[in-house]
Design a protein around this ligand. Structure first.
Ligand code: GDP
Length: 382
C-alpha cells in the first residue's frame, strides 16, 4: 500500500468519526421520543386540590411541594413529647418541684421545715386540702426513718404524690361515636385559655392516627377565631365548617356534625366561644349547642380548657362551666408558663373530672396526654 492509499483510508476514517459525532450530538438535543408523543399531564382544577397551605404560615409550606403530592404535617413522636414534659417540669425549673424536693434535703424535719413545705405547696396551687393531706402523710411516714435514706424517702414522696394525682382515673378521650356516627368533642372554656390551639394540636394527633376529622368553628363572635381554626385544619388537611360572622353558633355546630356524618368522619371537634358574660347567657349558649348537636349524634366528650397560669381564677371559671355543661375531661393549658403545677390536683378534686391533656407550649406538638406517673416523675426529676 503506497502513501496515497494510506492517506485516503485515514481521511475516510476521520470523516466517519466526525459524522458519527455530529449525529449523536443532534440526537441528544432532541427530547426523548416518549415525551414527544404523550400529551401534557392534565392539571387538577384548583378547587380539587387539597388545601394544605396555612394562611399565616412562616413554617415549611406544605403546598410548595406541589399539588399532586401535598406534604401534610405529621406530629412529633410521643416519646420526645414526654422528654419535653420532664424538662419543663423538672426540679430546678419549677417551684412546686423545688418545694417537694426540698423536704428530701432538709437537715431536720422540724415544725418550721414542715410549715415551709406546706406554704410552698399552697402557693403552687396544690390547694389547702391536698397540701395538708400530703404533709400529714409524709410526716407520718418519714417520722421514723427521716430522710437519711434519700432513695427511700423519695419513694415515699412519690407514692403519696401519685395518690393525690390519682393514677386510677380514666383519662382516655372518648373518640368513638355511637353506631356509625362520628364521635363529637365539644371544647369549652374562657377565651384565651387555648381552645382553638388545643383543637388544632388534637387534630394533628388524630390525623396521624389515621382518623378522619371535621372541625366546627362555632365561635362565631370573633372572625379571627374561625380563621385560626381553619389554618390549623388546613395544615393537616382537615375540613373546617364555619358560618357567617356573628351567626348562630349552634347552627355551625349542627352543620359541622352533619358534615361529619355525610363524610363518614370518625370525629367532629367543635370550638365554642368562651364569653363569661353571664352564667345564664353561657348556659343558654352551650346548652343550645349541645342540644342541637344531639339531634344528630351524641356528644361523646366535653373538654374544658383551663389556663394553668391563672391559678385560682381558672378554678372559679371552671366551676361556672361545670355548672352549665357536664364536663368529661380537663385540658390544662400553659403548664409550661406556670410555676404552679399543683392545679392539676386541685382542679380534679374540685370538679371530680380527670385532667386528660396538658399544654406545654405554643408549638404544634406541645399537647401531651396527661399521665399521673409521668407527671409525678417529671416533678421529682432533678
Ligand atoms: P382560645 O381563645 O381559647 O381559642 O385561645 P387560643 O387557642 O387562641 O390561645 C390563646 C393563646 O394562648 C395563643 O397565643 C396560644 O398560642 C396560647 N397557648 C395555647 N396553649 C398554650 C400552651 O400550652 N402554652 C403556652 N405557652 N401558650 C399556649
Amino acid at each position: 500500500m503506497d502513501l496515497i492509499q494510506l492517506l485516503i483510508i485515514g481521511l475516510l476514517a476521520l470523516s466517519i468519526v466526525v459524522a458519527g459525532t455530529i449525529f449523536l450530538a443532534r440526537r441528544r438535543a432532541l427530547p426523548p421520543a416518549a415525551k414527544r408523543s404523550l400529551p401534557a399531564e392534565p392539571t387538577a382544577p384548583a378547587e380539587d386540590r387539597p388545601t394544605t397551605q396555612p394562611a399565616d404560615s412562616d413554617e415549611k409550606s406544605p403546598a410548595s411541594s406541589g399539588p399532586s403530592t401535598p406534604t401534610l404535617d405529621r406530629p412529633e413522636a410521643p416519646a420526645s413529647r414526654m422528654a419535653r414534659l420532664r424538662r419543663r417540669l423538672a426540679g430546678s425549673n419549677n417551684p412546686l418541684a423545688r418545694g417537694l424536693l426540698s423536704i428530701l434535703s432538709a437537715d431536720r424535719l422540724d415544725a418550721d421545715t414542715w410549715d415551709d413545705f406546706e406554704a410552698t405547696l399552697i402557693t403552687s396551687d396544690l390547694g389547702v386540702g391536698p397540701t395538708q393531706e400530703l404533709t400529714a402523710a409524709l410526716r407520718r411516714e418519714l417520722s421514723i426513718d427521716g430522710v437519711g435514706d434519700s432513695v427511700k424517702a423519695k419513694q415515699v414522696l412519690r407514692r403519696e404524690l401519685l395518690s393525690l394525682v390519682n393514677p386510677n382515673l380514666d383519662r382516655s378521650l372518648k373518640l368513638r361515636g355511637a353506631s356509625g356516627l362520628p364521635a363529637v368533642v365539644l371544647v369549652v372554656g374562657v377565651n384565651g385559655t387555648g381552645k382553638t390551639t388545643t383543637i388544632g394540636k388534637l387534630a394533628r394527633v388524630m390525623v396521624a392516627e389515621n382518623q378522619s376529622v371535621v372541625l366546627g368553628a362555632a365561635d362565631t363572635f370573633r372572625a379571627a377565631a374561625a380563621d385560626q381554626l381553619q389554618t390549623w385544619g388546613d395544615r393537616v388537611g382537615v375540613p373546617t365548617v364555619r358560618g357567617p360572622e356573628a351567626g348562630d353558633p349552634a347552627a355551625v355546630a349542627y352543620q359541622a356534625v352533619q358534615r361529619g356524618i355525610d363524610d363518614g368522619a370518625d370525629v367532629v371537634v367543635v370550638d365554642t366561644a368562651g364569653r363569661l358574660h353571664t352564667k345564664t347567657g353561657l348556659m343558654d349558649e352551650l346548652g343550645k349547642i349541645k342540644r342541637v348537636i344531639e339531634k344528630l349524634a351524641p356528644v361523646t366528650e366535653v373538654l374544658l380548657l383551663i389556663d394553668a397560669t391563672t391559678g385560682q381564677n381558672g378554678l372559679i371559671q371552671a366551676r361556672v362551666f361545670a355548672e352549665v355543661v357536664q364536663i368529661t375531661g380537663i385540658v390544662l393549658s400553659k403548664l409550661d408558663g406556670s410555676a404552679k403545677g399543683g392545679i392539676v390536683v386541685q382542679v380534679q378534686r374540685e370538679l371530680g373530672v380527670p385532667v386528660k391533656l396538658i399544654g406545654l407550649g405554643e408549638g404544634v406538638d406541645d399537647l401531651v396526654p396527661f399521665e399521673a406517673e409521668a407527671f409525678v416523675d417529671a416533678l421529682l426529676s432533678e
